[in-house]
Design a protein around this ligand. Structure first.
Ligand code: ADP
Ligand code: MG
Length: 695
C-alpha cells in the first residue's frame, strides 16, 4: 500500500491541514483562521462559510458524502453523528452543500451521553462547536470536524472543553513567570503530550468464542498457562510477520490521518505491543490518541485479529498502560523542563520543577483519581505498573541538586558534565538526566515528566487537564509572590528552597514495587488509594473543587457531575462483569464439566466391569463433581448478590468492590481449577495458552 519514498505525500493526505487551507482559502480567510487560532479572535460567518465550502469541496473530491462533528463525550471514546451533504436542487436533483453554520455548530441529542446529573438541571439538548485549533479529517467517507460538546446552557459535557480551558490557563500563568525572567517574546506556552499506547492482539475467531472478552474486554476466567512471560523473550523481540503486517497497515492509516506514529515494538507479555507517536500539543495529542485507539481496532479486523485495549485482558500477565509524557514549551521553541545553558535558564528550570513538585504533592489524591476506573484497578500496585501511591522520581543527579539546595551546601557533581547556574547559592545542574526507573508513577526523564499510571483504554484528557491546572495554580502562586518582590534573585532562591523542603517527601527514587515503599509512603503521609472507590471521592474534595473552579476549568456542577459519572461507571462495569460471569458459568462451564464428569463415570463403570484399576478417573471425577457443586453455589451467590446491589450510586460503588469483586474472585478460583483438570476437548472456550500463543 505504501512505499517509504511516498511517505511524505501519504502523511496527512486525509487531513484538511494548514497547507491545504493555505492552498484552498482566500488569503483573507486563511489569515482570519490563523488569527483565530493564535489570538482566539472569533471567525465571522462569511469566513466560516468560505472555510466550510473549501472543506466540502476537498472532502467530496476524496469521495466523501457525509460530514460529522466529532466529539469526546464522557464515555471516554469519541462520538459522531453523520449528515450527508445532499440538499434538494429542484427537479428531483440534489446538490452537495455544507454551510459555515453547519461547520461551526451542531445540535446532537445529548440525552444518551453520560452527564452526571447536568441533564436533570438543564435541557437534554447539547451542542457541538467547532474547535478550529484541530484540523478536520476524513474517516470512512465522512468529513470529521473536531468539536467541543456542551449542554445548551454551556456546561461542558465532554473532555475537550476543559482540556482547552486548562491549556489556556497554564499558558497564562507560565507567561507571568517567564516575564519575570525577562522573556518578553513568548506569547503562548503549550502543554505537550506524547502518549505511549500499549495493546494486545488476539485471534478474531478465538475472541469470538469468549463471551467475557466480547462483553467486558477482558477474560474473567483462565488458568495460568505453562509459559507466560517468565523468559522475557517477547519484550522488544522480533516482530512476527502477521503482527508486522498489522503494524505496517496501522502506521499507514495513522500517517494518512496526520498522526505522527513513530515507535513500535513488542511489549513484555506475549501478544502485547506498543505504539508511540511523536509528541504534540495536548489537544492534538488527545484527538490523535483517540484516533489511534480507534484505528488499532479497525485495522486489526482486516488482519483477522482483535485489538484489546483493556488494562488487564489476562490475569497473571502484564496489563496495558499508557505512559503520558508531559512538558511545557514556549512558542519560541523552548522546553521549560529542560535545564538550560545559562544561569538564568537554570534558575527558571528549578522554579518550574519546584512548582511541579508542589503541585503533585498537594493534589496527589486528584491525580490518582484521574486514573481511577475499574479496568485500571487490576494494574496499579500489581507489580507491573506503578503503585497506587503518587510520588515523583527525579533520578540521582537531579535529586542531589535538590538536596543541596535544601541543605544550602555546594553541589558535588561527581565529575559529571554539569551546568553552572551562576546565581551563587543555586548549584549546577547535571545535563544528562536519563536515569530510568520504570516503577515510578511520575518520572522526570530529562526534559519531561512521564505519568505512568494511565490505563491503556482511557482518554488522556483527564490526567492532562489535572497536570495543566495544577501547574497553573502553583505558577500563579509563585508569580503572585515574585511579581511583588523587591529583590528578585534573593526571593527566587528562597522560594525554590522553601518549596523543595516543604515538598521533598513527594520525591522517591527507589523501587516503587517494593512493599517497604508503601510503609515508608505511609510514614511520609502520602495518600495510598488502592482502588477506584478509594480514589474517586477526590472529585468532591473541597480543595480540589476550589482548584478547578478558581481557574475556570470546571464549574462546581461540572466537576461534581464528572465525579458522579465515574462513580456510576465503576458500578456499571463491575455489574456487567458479574452478570457475564454468571452467564458463562451457567451456560458454558457447568454444562461442559458436567458432561466430562458424566463421561468419566461411564469409563469408571466400563473399567470396573472389566475389573480394571481406575484411580485416575475416580479421583478426577470426584474432584470435578465437588468443584462443580462449589462453583454452582458460588455462581448463585454472585447472582443473588448482584441482584441485591444498592441503588444509591456511592453505596453501589462500595458494594461492588466489597461484595461483587470478592464473589467473582471466589468463583473464578473454582472455575480455573476446573479448567486445569478438565479434558481440553470439553472446555467450552479457548484457554490462555491458546489465546496467547496463537501465532
Ligand atoms: P520510553 O518507552 O523510553 O518511555 P518512548 O520513546 O517510547 O520512550 O516514548 C517517549 C514519548 O515521549 C514519545 O511519545 C515522545 O514523543 C514523547 N516526548 C519526548 N519529548 C517530549 C516532551 N518534551 N514533551 C512531551 N512528550 C515528549
Ligand atoms: Mg515510557
Amino acid at each position: 500500500m505504501t512505499t517509504p519514498a511516498k511517505l511524505p505525500e501519504l502523511f496527512g493526505c486525509l487531513v484538511f491541514n494548514e497547507d491545504t487551507m493555505r492552498e484552498r482559502l482566500s488569503s483573507a480567510s486563511y489569515k482570519a483562521w490563523k488569527q483565530c487560532i493564535t489570538d482566539g479572535t472569533p471567525l465571522s460567518i462569511s469566513i466560516a462559510n468560505e472555510i466550510a465550502e473549501a472543506m466540502k469541496q476537498w472532502a467530496v473530491e476524496r469521495g466523501c458524502t457525509h460530514y460529522t462533528h466529532w466529539f469526546q463525550p464522557m464515555t471516554g471514546v469519541t462520538a459522531e453523528k453523520h449528515d450527508s451533504f445532499i440538499t434538494p436542487a429542484g427537479g428531483g436533483k440534489i446538490m452537495m452543500e455544507f454551510s459555515g453554520s453547519e461547520l461551526v455548530r451542531g445540535e446532537p441529542d445529548a440525552s444518551s451521553f453520560p452527564s452526571g446529573g447536568l441533564r436533570a438541571t438543564f435541557e437534554a439538548r447539547g451542542y457541538t462547536a467547532w474547535d478550529p485549533t484541530c484540523f478536520a479529517f476524513i474517516k470512512d467517507g465522512s468529513l470529521c470536524i473536531p468539536t467541543v460538546f456542551c449542554s445548551y446552557s454551556g456546561e461542558a459535557l465532554d473532555k475537550k472543553t476543559p482540556l482547552l480551558r486548562s491549556m489556556d490557563e497554564v499558558s497564562r500563568q507560565a507567561i507571568r513567570i517567564l516575564r519575570l525572567f525577562g522573556d518578553t517574546e513568548t506569547k503562548r506556552v503549550t502543554a505537550q503530550v506524547g502518549p505511549e499506547q500499549e495493546y494486545f492482539l488476539v485471534d478474531k475467531e478465538q475472541y469470538a468464542r469468549r463471551r467475557d472478552l466480547r462483553m467486558c474486554g477482558r477474560t474473567l476466567f483462565g488458568a495460568r498457562p505453562p509459559k507466560s512471560q517468565e523468559l522475557e523473550d517477547h519484550y522488544f523481540g522480533a516482530i512476527r510477520s502477521r503482527v508486522a503486517a498489522y503494524m505496517k497497515d496501522l502506521d499507514a492509516e495513522l500517517w494518512k490521518l496526520g498522526v505522527l506514529s513513530k515507535t513500535k515494538h513488542n511489549e513484555v507479555a506475549p501478544c502485547q505491543h506498543e505504539m508511540a507517536p511523536i509528541y504534540a500539543d495536548a489537544n492534538t495529542s488527545c484527538d490523535h490518541n483517540q484516533l489511534a485507539m480507534e484505528m488499532m481496532k479497525k485495522v486489526a479486523e482486516r488482519h483477522g485479529l482483535v485489538c484489546l485495549l483493556h488494562e488487564k485482558p489476562f490475569a497473571g500477565i502484564s496489563g496495558s498502560g499508557k505512559h503520558n509524557n508531559w512538558s511545557l514549551s514556549t512558542d519560541t521553541g523552548r522546553n521549560l523542563f529542560r535545564p538550560g545553558s545559562t544561569p538564568s535558564q537554570n534558575a527558571r528550570f528549578l522554579l518550574f520543577l519546584a512548582a511541579f513538585l508542589k503541585g503533585v504533592d498537594e493534589y496527589q489524591d486528584f491525580l490518582r483519581a484521574t486514573v481511577a476506573f475499574a479496568g485500571n484497578d487490576h494494574r496499579l500496585g500489581a507489580h507491573e505498573a506503578p503503585p497506587a501511591v503518587i510520588s515523583v522520581f527525579l533520578g540521582d543527579d537531579l535529586n542531589a541538586v535538590v538536596d543541596s539546595i535544601i541543605q544550602g551546601t555546594a553541589h558535588q557533581d561527581a565529575g559529571k558534565r554539569s551546568l553552572r547556574i551562576g546565581v551563587d547559592v543555586l548549584p549546577s545542574i547535571p545535563q544528562d538526566n536519563t536515569d530510568r526507573n520504570r516503577t515510578s508513577p511520575m518520572a522526570f526523564t530529562g526534559n519531561k515528566f512521564e505519568f505512568r499510571m494511565l490505563g491503556a483504554s482511557q482518554s488522556v484528557a483527564g490526567p492532562n487537564i489535572a497536570l495543566n491546572t495544577i501547574m497553573a495554580e502553583e505558577l500563579e502562586q509563585f508569580a503572585d509572590i515574585l511579581e511583588k518582590s523587591e529583590n528578585f534573585q534573593e526571593d527566587l532562591q528562597k522560594l525554590i528552597r522553601k518549596t523543595f523542603s516543604d515538598h521533598q517527601h513527594i520525591i522517591f527514587n527507589g523501587n516503587g514495587y517494593d512493599e517497604a515503599w508503601l510503609q515508608e509512603a505511609e510514614k511520609r503521609g502520602l495518600c495510598n488509594l488502592p482502588a477506584t472507590p478509594d480514589a474517586l471521592p477526590a472529585y468532591l474534595a473541597p480543595k480540589n473543587l476550589e482548584l478547578f473552579t478558581k481557574h475556570g476549568i470546571y464549574t462546581q456542577q461540572e466537576m461534581t457531575a464528572r465525579g458522579e459519572i465515574h462513580i456510576e461507571n465503576y458500578s456499571t462495569v463491575i455489574t456487567i462483569e458479574a452478570n457475564t460471569m454468571v452467564d458463562m458459568i451457567r451456560h458454558d462451564i457447568l454444562p461442559a464439566v458436567s458432561a466430562y464428569a458424566g463421561d468419566l463415570c461411564q469409563r469408571i463403570r466400563n473399567k470396573t466391569a472389566c475389573a480394571m484399576p481406575c484411580r485416575y478417573e475416580t479421583s478426577t471425577a470426584a474432584e470435578l463433581c465437588r468443584l462443580t457443586d462449589d462453583l454452582q453455589a458460588a455462581c448463585e451467590k454472585l447472582a443473588e448478590d448482584t441482584a441485591r446491589r444498592p441503588t444509591e450510586p456511592r453505596a453501589a460503588m462500595h458494594y461492588c468492590r466489597d461484595v461483587l469483586v470478592t464473589d467473582m474472585a471466589a468463583a473464578r478460583k473454582l472455575a480455573d481449577r476446573l479448567e486445569v483438570i478438565t479434558d481440553g476437548k470439553y472446555w467450552p472456550f479457548p484457554t490462555y495458552s491458546e489465546m496467547l500463543y496463537y501465532l
